[in-house]
Ligand binder design. Sequence first.
Ligand code: ZN
Length: 348
Amino acid sequence: MAIQDRYHRQRLVEGFGDAGQRALSETTIAIVGMGALGCLSASMLARAGVGELILIDRDIVELTNVQRQLLYTEADALESMPKALAAKIHLESINSEIKMTAHVVDLTYQNAERLLEPADIIVDGLDHFDTRYLLNDVAVKHKKPYLFAGVIASQGNVMSIVPDKPTPCLRCIFPEPPPNGSQDTCDSAGVLAPAIGIAASCQTMDALKCATGNIEQISNTLLTFDLWSVNSTRLDVGNPNESCPCCGRQEFEFLHQSHDVEPTTMCGQHTVQIPQQEGFDINSAFTRLSEHGSFSQHMSIVRGELREELDGNGEPIKLTCFEDGRVLVHGTDDIGRAKSICTRYIGI
Ligand SMILES: [Zn+2]
């Protein structure tokens, strides 16, 4: 079959057609979080012929990801590839016709509007709530569709936020993020891959509807399902709430924080993330760290273990340093200790 026929089966679908294919090829979609949801959405969108994908993820591939994160291989885990870069390489082999950009960063209030500015649609591939409120603010402020989904164990929630429709936004339904540590995550409660498939499919279908001008086909509902007990409900979420601080009063408080981004523990992973640093030099960090342990530099990432810092099991503390100065300190949940390790061995 000639390559120009690769989209034939979706052009046949009523409501999609040639016009839909053309519109999709002119659409830019950002996927924030290249975990299980992001891998599947990105794969479907790349195969469908989206114009451009912007892939954003702060993490590296680990062997425990390969069970459900369908773009990654054992080799990616062995090489500790950044997820956004590994995904881009695999997606390019799936569809070489589309444009792709990978950002290995932590999305924060400081970079969210800049990184998401080119996107027509934002797809949520996150595994934690705080950044979702940031995405919701960007989406409502700049009138971009935001396709929310979350999956834990065998359960999922999916809701599409489409400011032009309009639908309620995330804060109309869940006014505040849950307190840190109060929610299960995939790291604490686990996750089964088929549940991801349902949520990512719902998101991607709504991305196709948005891209092809079919937003009337998007429902104002919150889908909740559990594939283990085989239950699902669609809660009618009605219209936007006029008193909602975000879409009602247009107060984008998650975008206008005045404090610096603080170090955070990465739930269930026994890891502390030190935020990005201005003026950080990855090469000098590599030189300094190499004097204190076994470190390697690969694809602008420095990774290794410290000789003289041990975790609770007597294993060496491991560090992963990114080009933007972000550091993951593996082997501790103690933010103070992680900060002092970074000060002592990297000088940040
Ligand atoms: Zn709202």
